[in-house]
Design a protein around this ligand. Sequence first.
Ligand SMILES: [Fe+2]
Length: 256
Amino acid sequence: MPKLEFHQFPCLSDNYGVLVHDRAAGLTAAIDAPEAEAVRRALGEKGWTLTHILVTHHHADHTAGIEPLKAETRCTVIGPKAEANRIKGLDKTVAEGDAFAFGETEVRVLDTPGHTAGHITYWLPSESVAFAGDTLFAIGCGRVIEGDAETMWRSLQKLAKLPAATTVYCGHEYTVSNAKFALTIEPENAALQQRAAEVERLRAAGKPTLPTRIDIELETNPFLRPHVAAIRKRLGLEKAADWQVFGEIRERKNRG
Ligand SMILES: [Fe+2]
C-alpha cells in the first residue's frame, strides 16, 4: 500500500481541492480550502478526518474555507510566512528552505512568488508530488498579479527543475483554454497537438485533466519553453532573455 493517498475534487467554478491522507498516522491534509462545504463533502466521502490545511497563497478562492473548517475540526493550518498578515487562522508559517513532517513524510517548501508575492509550493520528494497552487497549471501558469515577469519566470524554473516524474497538483482546471492558447504560440509542437486533443476528450467526458507531471509540462507548456527557437521566431524575440520571452507569452495570454 502506498504511504499516502491523494484525493482531488472540484470546488467553486473551476478550482480543485486535494486531500492527502496518511492512514497509518491517521492524518488528513487539505491543500488549500477553496470552500468549506466541498472539503467537508470530500472528507465525508472518504471517511477521513481533517487534521491539517496547507495553504499556497492568500486568494479567497484558496482560503475561504479555512476558518469554518478550523472551527469544526481544530486542524492545524500551515501557510506562507510572507502572507501571514493576509491569511486568517494560520498556526504555523513556512518559507523557502523549510521542511516539516506530515506523519513520516517530509514536506519541503519552495517560495514561488509572482502570482502573489508570497505564494509557496509544497513538495513531497519521497512521493514525487508537488502542490503548485496557482503558479503552474497544465499547459499554463498563473497570472502575474503581485510580481513581475522575471519573478514568475524564476518561480516556474524552480518547478521545472523538480524531478521529471514529479506529479503536480494545481489550483484550477483551465487546461482546455490553455491548450488552445498554447497552440497559437507553438502550433508545430506534435506533443502539444496530441495533448490538446486528449484534454478535449477528458473534459468532454467530464474528467479532470489534472494532476499533471513535470516532464509533460516541459514538452507542452509554452510558459516553460521560451528557449525554443520556433517560439522566439514567431514572437520576434530571437535575442531576448528567456524571462522576456516568457513575459511576452504571458502578456498575449492576458489579452486572449
Ligand atoms: Fe490565486
